[in-house]
Design a binder for this molecule. Structure first.
Ligand SMILES: [Zn+2]
Length: 135
């Protein structure tokens, strides 16, 4: 997740990761699920091909919380629109490459998001190996 301060991980990410860890899930963090695609996911399960993006409400244009800044409002609106478009393309490309993509907002409850992730990982692992393809 992109933050105002740069590359450091944010509180919602830390909370999500600790919820996943507590559920016994092990993952890679801040990782490119598919090396050919530029998108870095916040949490990646390489085996079951599940990746999680925790989207910041401001940077990713949350319908509930995004407010256009007063200064340079137009510039921000188009910047955020580009981010949203990039997110959409990344989700589509990863889905096409066989990934299960979970996008959550930073305002969502970490334990609810973690439960969704766990369900997706479990469902993916339940599939026959052949249909999962290569890692
Ligand atoms: Zn939000």
């Amino acid at each position: 997740m992109q933050t105002m301060s740069g590359g450091r991980e944010t509180k919602p990410e830390v909370r999500l990761r600790s919820a996943l860890w507590a559920m016994g899930l092990r993952y890679r963090k801040d990782h490119r699920p598919a090396p050919s695609l530029r998108a870095r996911a916040d949490v990646v399960f390489a085996g079951p091909k599940v990746c999680v993006f925790l989207d910041g409400c401001f940077w990713h244009g949350c319908p509930r919380h995004f407010r256009r800044p007063r200064t340079n409002g137009r510039w921000w609106a188009s910047k955020i629109a580009r981010n949203v478009e990039r997110d959409r393309r990344a989700t589509a490309a990863l889905t096409a490459a066989g990934w299960h993509v979970i996008r959550a907002w930073e305002h969502e409850s970490p334990s609810k998001v973690a439960a969704r992730v766990k369900e997706a990982v479990r469902a993916a692992l339940g599939r026959p190996r052949a249909s999962r393809g290569l890692r």
